[in-house]
Design a protein around this ligand. Structure first.
Ligand SMILES: *[C@@H]1O[C@H](CO)[C@@H](O)[C@H](O)[C@H]1NC(C)=O
Ligand SMILES: *[C@@H]1O[C@H](CO)[C@@H](O)[C@H](O)[C@H]1NC(C)=O
Ligand SMILES: *[C@@H]1O[C@H](CO)[C@@H](O)[C@H](O)[C@H]1NC(C)=O
Ligand SMILES: *[C@@H]1O[C@H](CO)[C@@H](O)[C@H](O)[C@H]1NC(C)=O
Ligand SMILES: *[C@@H]1O[C@H](CO)[C@@H](O)[C@H](O)[C@H]1NC(C)=O
Ligand SMILES: *[C@@H]1O[C@H](CO)[C@@H](O)[C@H](O)[C@H]1NC(C)=O
Length: 444
């Protein structure tokens, strides 16, 4: 039996013996319906418009840069280091530290409505500890993410935050690690997730996670913990995902370095939508991105995700991503290693793979990029998985299916399809993926 405790501030100490009881089932159901309604609002009825808008911004950012370009190596000595349109929006500003909220205007792709904590105050995390998951101490990251109001969360110094349990991020928050090296590790990850076993489910909307290192995440031990300002409940152990999104909408994950989580790097489930994952650098992991966890959850049909400018690096095995039902724009990513396959799915997802660079591993049995589950060839031939402008190296190959986007108008839109920048630009576009060290007073 869980508790339902009304609180006006998380500083109040909840009495675990008192309070009014409410069936958690009922609470879940309400939260879950609210979250699904929020996802429906965020869902875009013309995904090709979003794809075109994204590609248009990349063209504009790169075409304006011919004069400042200096060579093609990973090192760059130009005026402003930023190559892609998301980075160009903020990294060229010497005063980024004074204009932090400008970041909220930089997101492109399906997560483009995300503003995070832009309407709120700044909250400065001063304490790296995480000793109380029911009544977190003011000054900790856990305290900040549970506040029931918009907040732009920053840090006063370098920190290694060892989580004792899942970090439940609530709506209208930005976690902005710029200016310091913020590492998050330990028992469980950042969960914009929000669920657990069959007991507790939480749902967030409008969250930015920016410039952190997240690594060595092990499954949480569960137990009593707070998931919102007004609710404490029992949570079971979880999978040890780096980041989990459960019925979350309008989420932007940018410039994160991630390695070595127990389960998924990023799992997105239960009708989550309106999501952009960009400039992320990933290494050392098996199951990388899971978009849709179940073939029997057609609510994931509203899932719309942009995956852009990410670098899939050493030691990754499979699922970059593995998709179900929804619409996935996989654009301008650098796949330099995989051991089994890169892009996969089941339950007829739509996947547009554009302008990526795929470098196959030496294993002659792992050259195939795509991987389809639980469907006969006759069936998967109808799924729309298209490759445009991708670059294939060392024998990598992509098996397409469904209607081409170019020759026929797409079923989603009557607009012409704007092509991405080709895969040959990917090294430039992803050169600064992952955590970037930003120093106040200079361009980042
Ligand atoms: C789909 O979402 C609705 C609304 O929240 C919910 O009632 C239903 O149980 C969900 N279906 C599944 C399979 O999760
Ligand atoms: C979700 O939306 C439906 C239809 O607009 C509405 O009837 C229902 O009350 C909403 N549910 C919640 C929990 O907001
Ligand atoms: C963003 O918000 C607008 C207005 O609410 C909505 O129409 C649109 O579907 C949302 N999503 C995207 C990706 O633009
Ligand atoms: C930049 O260079 C490319 C290829 O060299 C060229 O096609 C494009 O027109 C140039 N853009 C501008 C704005 O000069
Ligand atoms: C988040 O902010 C929006 C816009 O200010 C507001 O309508 C919404 O209620 C907020 N959500 C929560 C859960 O506080
Ligand atoms: C959220 O956590 C639950 C258990 O903790 C896990 O089963 C589920 O897969 C997670 N969801 C995501 C999206 O990570």
């Amino acid at each position: 039996m869980q508790m339902f405790i009304f609180m006006f501030a998380v500083t109040n100490i909840p009495s675990l013996e008192g309070g009014s009881y409410v069936h958690d089932q009922e609470w879940f159901k309400r939260k879950s319906d609210e979250a699904y309604n929020a996802s429906l609002k965020s869902y875009h009825h013309d995904p090709i418009e979003v794809v075109n808008d994204f590609n248009h911004h990349v063209h504009r950012a790169l075409d304006g840069q011919n004069s400042t370009r200096r060579g093609l190596g990973r090192k760059y000595h130009g005026e402003c280091k930023a190559q892609n349109p998301i980075d160009r929006c903020w990294r060229c500003d010497d005063n980024w530290a004074k204009n932090r909220k400008k970041l909220a205007k930089c997101v492109k792709g399906f997560g483009r409505n995300t503003t995070g904590g832009a309407d709120g105050e700044f909250y400065i995390v001063t304490d790296p500890s995480d000793n109380d998951v029911v009544t977190p101490k003011p000054g900790t990251l856990r305290f900040a993410v549970l506040q029931p109001r918009p907040l732009w969360i920053i840090f006063d110094r370098d920190m290694k935050i060892k989580l004792q349990n899942e970090l439940m991020v609530t709506s209208n928050k930005t976690i902005d690690g710029r200016g310091h090296t913020i590492q998050i590790c330990g028992k469980d990850a950042i969960l914009i997730n929000l669920t657990t076993n069959n007991h507790l489910k939480l749902f967030a909307k409008n969250v930015i996670i920016h410039n952190l290192k997240i690594h060595d995440i092990a499954p949480g031990k569960g137990g009593m913990m707070r998931d919102t300002a007004e609710h404490v409940g029992i949570r079971g152990t979880d999978d040890g995902d780096c980041i989990g999104l459960f019925a979350a909408s309008d989420v932007w994950i940018d410039h994160i370095s991630m390695w070595n989580c127990r389960d998924g790097m990023i799992d997105i489930v239960k009708g989550s939508t309106g999501i952009t994952i960009s400039n992320v650098h990933l290494t050392k992991h098996d199951h990388v991105f899971l978009f849709g966890a179940s073939d029997s959850d057609p609510n994931d049909s509203i899932m719309q995700i942009t995956l852009a400018f990410n670098h899939f690096g050493k030691g990754l095995i499979q699922r970059m991503p593995r998709c179900r039902y929804g619409f996935f724009h996989v654009v301008n990513n650098d796949y330099t290693h995989w051991l089994m396959y890169a892009v996969g799915g089941s339950s007829h997802p739509t996947i547009i793979s554009e302008g990526n660079r795929y470098i196959a591993p030496p294993d002659p049995n792992a050259k195939l990029i795509t991987h389809r589950n639980f469907a006969s060839e006759e069936e998967w031939k109808k799924w729309q998985w298209r490759s445009e402008n991708d670059v294939f190296i060392d024998g990598a190959y992509f098996v397409e299916s469904g209607e081409p986007f170019k020759e026929k108008q797409t079923p989603f839109s009557n607009k012409a399809f704007i092509q991405s920048k080709p895969g040959s630009y990917v090294r430039r576009l992803t050169r600064f993926s992952g955590f970037v060290k930003c120093i106040e007073g200079t361009k980042c």
